[in-house]
Each structure stands twice: as C-alpha cells, then as structure tokens.
Design a binder for this molecule. Structure first.
Ligand SMILES: Nc1nc2c(ncn2[C@@H]2O[C@H](COP(=O)(O)OP(=O)(O)OP(=O)(O)O)[C@@H](O)[C@H]2O)c(=O)[nH]1
Ligand SMILES: [Mg+2]
Length: 374
C-alpha cells in the first residue's frame, strides 16, 4: 500500500495499530452487477473530531466545528457524554459574556419573524447573534424546525448569525440540559446575543425563564377576552411584553392593547427585582419599534449589572441547573435499569387491571432499582 494513501478503515482510538483496505475480490460472472444493484451506497461519515480540534475550532468561531460541538453535547449516546463534558469543561471559562434572551408566545404570534428582523437588526449593529430553539412538540410531531429555517431565511444567511434548530428530546427529556450546553458553546464561540425561541405552551416558558437573562413575551391584539384568559403566571415571568404585528390596520388596535396590558402589569409581581415589566408595540414586517426594544434590553442589562441582580440571577440559574440535571440523570438511570425495564410492562398491566395499587407497583420498581445498585 502507498505510504501516503489512507486506509479504508482504521481503529479511531489506535490508528497506528490496525487498519484495513478494501480490495476487489474474485467474482463470478454477473454477480458483481447484481450485487451493485442491491447495495444502497451511503455517504461515508468523516471521523469525529477530537476534543482539542473542537475546542480550538469553537474558539476561532469555525461554524462547522461549532455545529459539530453542539451535535456532540446533544448526543444521547453514552460514549459521547464524557467527551462532551471534557469539551464543555474547557469552554466554560470562555462563556458567560453574552446577553441571553428568551422569546415566547402562542403559535403564530410571530416569534420566528421577530427573531429574523430583530436578529438582522443586531447583526447590522455589529453584534453576533446565535439562535437556539426549544420545541416541546418536536419529539411528537418531528418539530417545526424546517418551517423555522425558512422563516429565518435572511438571518440564516447572515455571516454574523448562527441558527440551531431544537434538539430532539428523546423519550426522557434532557432538552433543557442540551439547550443550556449549546448556549455555553455559542458564548465561547463569541456570540454577543443568544436568542432562545420556544412555543408558549405548557412548561416550556418556565424552563426557558430559568436559563435566560431577559424574557420576552410576544402577544397579539384583540385583547378583551384573550387578555382575561391569559395566564397571570406567564405574564409574571416576562421582563417585557410585545404587542406584535403593530402594522397597517392593526397599528391602532395594537396601541390600545399595549395600554391595556400596561394597566394589568401594574398590578403584577415583576419578574426581575428592580425592573418594571412594561408592554411595547412592534412590527417585524416593517421594523417599527425594533430599535426601541433593543434600547429596553440594554437598559435592563445596565440596570441589572449595576444593582447585581443580573449576576444573582445567573448564579441562581446555575444552582437550579444542578437540580434539573440530577432529575434528568435519575430519570435516565431509572428507566434504563435492566430490572426496571423488565418489570415495568407487567406491573403496568397489573395496575390497569386493578390487581395492584400504583403505590405498590412503584415501590416494587424502586426496590429493584435500588437493590440492583452497587
Ligand atoms: N402583519 C404582520 N404579520 C406578521 C408579523 N410577524 C409575523 N407575521 C406573520 O405571522 C405569521 C406567523 O409568523 P411566525 O413567525 O411563523 O410565528 P411563530 O410564532 O414563530 O409561529 P410558530 O413557530 O408556529 O409558533 C406569518 O404568516 C408571518 O408572516 C408582523 O410583524 N406583522
Ligand atoms: Mg416559529
């Protein structure tokens, strides 16, 4: 074999020890052709980059390696876990310098369009912007990722921006860990602003609130009933409310809605100490109000850094992170425990047919789980 020719395969851990090269074998007449017909050729995957390569690549802002670093932390494979943690450990000291903004709102509120316009505005101002998404529905519906990518077409092509669709949760969660870690990597890569989008359904607002500095709630006009029905809890998480799509015939109505929200916000507990949450209007179609929102964000950051509230929140979030990770890990090891996996379907049936109480079934599972541990 030529000295400079790469082998077809080699052990990635010990590349010098053993390798192989594929040679054409002897063939019977006609066999090769029929074999070729049946083989679906697959693109050969290039080898996984080492931690060192990912580390220097991320710090240098190499987009390809940044994407692969995020893929590594998002991986559910056990053999990737340690490698991902080594990488994160090294990147940690370079993270923490960006402004983290969470954006939520009901489906169709215009979150993706807002991110497109707002993100492009920030890039024009000289900032580098990373967009991450938490999609609570992705494990069920396959996600709205494709839709989002096309909606953020302009931003996706901007060299100052980086868009990452939501990680798939797998059956046992871990989405928030993955998003937090992806955020950390983007920060180390030098992004100044991180925008995290989530659909405003269920628990995702609470999760997102726990990982960002500023939380933005997009709402629409047509207040009245909707305003009454809107969960007070969600409004109390927000640092700003934006009455979106304030353009054309909707402009005046949006202004009215803004005033109504401000009246309500006045009576609510503010999400951040020393900051009063207010409502604003904006349009992502014509850009009205976008600059003003950035002013609000900057003043929030300045204010929070002066009073120490900003740092306190980040510290609190790190503490919360520990607990959410413990919960994730426990859940993972419980449901992957061989004994538990074996017993669960049978116990489920026994509970459903009324032979066993839920509590006794769970106790049995925990007994197996705990006694199986060394
Ligand atoms: N008039 C007007 N329409 C807008 C504006 N922003 C978004 N839209 C429209 O609203 C619709 C929904 O926008 P998206 O950005 O996809 O909304 P979303 O909140 O990301 O939706 P999901 O990702 O499905 O939750 C699209 O048809 C947009 O063109 C705006 O500022 N003004
Ligand atoms: Mg969207």
């Amino acid at each position: 074999m030529d000295a400079d020719k790469k082998p077809e395969w080699s052990d990635p851990n010990e590349p010098d020890k053993c390798s192989s090269v594929i040679r054409r074998g002897k063939e019977q007449e006609g066999q090769a052709a029929s074999l070729r017909k049946n083989i679906r050729f697959q693109k050969r995957r290039s080898s996984e980059p080492a931690v060192e390569e990912l580390y220097t690549g991320v710090l240098a802002g190499d987009r390809g390696l940044l994407a692969r670093a995020i893929t590594l932390v998002e991986s559910n494979a056990e053999q990737h876990f340690q490698k991902a943690q080594n990488l994160l450990q090294r990147l940690l000291q370079h993270s923490g310098k960006s402004l983290r903004i969470g954006i939520t709102g009901v489906p169709g509120a215009g979150k993706s369009t807002f991110i497109e316009t707002f993100g492009t505005y920030l890039c024009d101002q000289g900032y580098r912007v990373a967009v991450l998404a938490i999609d609570p529905s992705s494990s069920i519906s396959g996600g709205s990722i494709l839709g989002d990518k096309t909606r953020m077409e302009l931003l996706a092509r901007n060299p100052r921006a980086f868009i990452r669709p939501s990680p798939s949760a797998g059956k046992l969660g871990g989405v928030h860990r993955k998003t937090r870690e992806a955020m950390l990597i983007c920060e180390a890569a030098g992004f100044d602003v991180i925008l995290v989008e989530t659909v405003g359904v269920g628990q995702s607002e609470v999760i997102i609130r726990d990982m960002v500095d500023f939380f933005l709630l997009l709402v629409l006009t047509g207040a009245g009933d909707e305003l009454q029905g809107m969960k007070k809890g969600i409004m109390e998480l927000a640092d700003a409310l934006i009455v979106h799509k304030a353009d054309g015939a909707n402009k005046q109505k949006a202004e009215q809605t803004r005033k109504e929200y401000n009246r309500i916000l006045h009576f609510l507990q503010p999400a951040t100490k020393g900051w009063s949450t207010k409502a604003y209007t904006c349009s992502s179609l014509n850009g009205d109000g976008i600059e003003g929102i950035w002013e609000v964000l900057k003043s929030f950051e300045r204010n929070g850094k002066e009073t120490g509230v900003f740092e306190d929140r980040r510290k609190g979030q790190k503490r919360e992170w520990i607990y959410s990770m413990i919960t994730d890990q426990l859940q993972y090891s419980f449901f992957h425990h061989p004994e538990v996996r074996l017993m669960l379907p049978q116990l489920e049936n026994e509970v459903m047919s009324g032979e066993k109480t839920v509590a006794s079934a769970v106790e049995k599972l925990f007994h197996a789980f705990l006694s199986g541990k060394e």
